[in-house]
Design a protein around this ligand. Structure first.
Ligand code: GAL
Length: 428
């Protein structure tokens, strides 16, 4: 069995961990292999997030048995708490050895602040320029230099549903348009007893907004909003915000679930009908909750967004001043390796960034991930807001504030004005 196959089986729980590690002849105790610790900062603490991280670490252990991984994950979906903690450490000149950052505008902040080392030597050595998707390269580089190693591609515009709950209500798992989605939510509401569309903490509320905006605006207008001079006063933006206003009435926004993972659990155990969440929810439904695709849960693109793949990519960096630089480079190499990516993505719900997967590699993944790999190739690729692709941290924070006020006042016109002001300040 190849190492990548073993790591994958380990990650997805198909084989008990100890059996796999001993079967693969781990190099444990090999004094010639590099040693030392590497402190890695992320926000992967929930369900499929920690399972994915553990899978990556299992493969690291196989390849580099003497590297000690120091896990500095800070809980909070989408990195809400981790990013604040990271900013503090960076400003104190005390960076971790590597930290998670989203490809796109979020990473550009760290590059512009001069906080990262470039990774061109590693890119050359690993031939990653030829192996990572062409669309991703501009989002992890600046002026010909690469600054992070992308470990996955997630899709944000996904609708998850519970088939039994929908059947009882006569509702559709894959409404084609936003209007028909609202009709289906109404059916679930009338049937009673469940949350029609389940939400959790603040990032899930923004995640819902970005998907409703994509649904209403379409991929061209959504993408244009993040370009300098974009028209945030446009009637279409207003229509999107009105749709958002309406869809919120079918949610538990006033008493949300504790985390996105807790919300996925409510969906899995029949207490909620639909969830709009990135496909890390698949990792949780399938592996953490042990549910069966199609029988226990169903998926579709968010209504009105079929044909668009609203993506995000988790990537890891090498901060300037990292205390364990050599070990950090070993960790980064692992993030871009096939063994690491197969195991990690198999548990996380995302798809690898490596484009050299064989049919054999592909066959290791479940039906959802294989479909997502095809969708990535055939869909129009657009960026996620909540997960750092289209707007940097400061713009995201301004949008968070606009959402918080909107949830209190529920006035679409002042919500739109706040978004216009945020764009005027941050869209450069
Ligand atoms: C995203 C991240 C994903 C997942 C999600 C929920 O920002 O890219 O990997 O962890 O947050 O926390």
């Amino acid at each position: 069995m190849s190492i990548s196959r073993r790591a994958f089986l380990l990650a997805t729980g198909a084989v008990a961990g100890s059996a796999v590690l001993s079967a693969c002849g781990s190099k444990g105790g090999d004094s010639a292999s590099p040693s030392g610790e590497v402190e890695v900062f992320s926000w992967w603490t929930e369900g499929s997030e920690s399972a994915g991280l553990q899978a990556l670490l299992a493969d690291l252990k196989i390849n580099q048995p003497n590297i000690r991984f120091v896990n500095r994950a800070v809980a909070g979906g989408a990195g809400v708490n981790a990013k604040a903690e990271l900013a503090k450490r960076l400003s104190q000149g005390n960076p971790p050895d590597s930290f998670q950052g989203h490809a796109g505008a979020e990473l550009s902040d760290y590059i512009a602040a001069g906080q990262l080392e470039d990774l061109n030597a590693l890119y050359e050595e690993q031939k990653w320029k030829d192996l990572f998707p062409k669309q991703l390269l501009p989002l992890i580089s600046s002026e010909g230099k690469f600054y992070s190693v992308p470990v996955n591609i997630h899709r944000a515009n996904m609708l998850w549903s519970n088939p039994s709950v929908l059947k009882a209500a006569g509702a559709d798992p894959a409404p084609k348009t936003f209007a028909s989605f609202l009709e289906n939510l109404q059916k679930v509401k009338v049937a009673g007893g469940t949350i029609p569309l389940v939400l959790a903490d603040a990032f899930t509320v923004k995640h819902l907004l970005e998907t409703v905006m994509l649904s209403t605006l379409g991929p061209d207008d959504w993408t244009a909003l993040w370009q300098p001079g974009a028209d945030w006063r446009a009637p279409k933006v207003k229509e999107a915000l009105e749709n958002y206003h309406q869809v919120l009435t079918f949610t538990n926004v006033s008493s949300p679930a504790k985390s996105w993972d807790a919300a996925s659990t409510l969906l899995g155990n029949g207490k909620a009908a639909y969830q709009i969440m990135g496909d890390w929810a698949e990792g949780s439904l399938k592996l953490t909750q042990g549910l069966q695709a199609h029988t226990d849960y169903e998926w579709a693109a968010v209504p009105g967004t079929a044909g668009s793949f609203q993506f995000l990519s988790d990537s890891f960096t090498l901060p300037k001043g990292a205390k364990h630089r050599d070990a950090a480079l070993i960790w980064l190499k692992e993030c871009g390796s096939k063994g690491g990516q197969l195991g990690f993505n198999g548990a996380k719900g995302s798809i690898p960034t490596l484009t050299n997967l064989t049919e054999d590699d592909r066959s290791l993944f479940g039906e959802y991930a294989r479909w997502s790999m095809d969708e990535w190739k055939r869909c129009r690729i657009v960026g996620s807001l909540t997960h750092g692709v289209v707007a940097n941290n400061a713009w995201n924070t301004a949008i968070d504030d606009a959402i918080t006020s909107f949830l209190k006042r529920r006035q679409v016109s002042s919500f739109q004005s706040a978004l216009v002001a945020a764009a005027q300040k941050h869209n450069r």
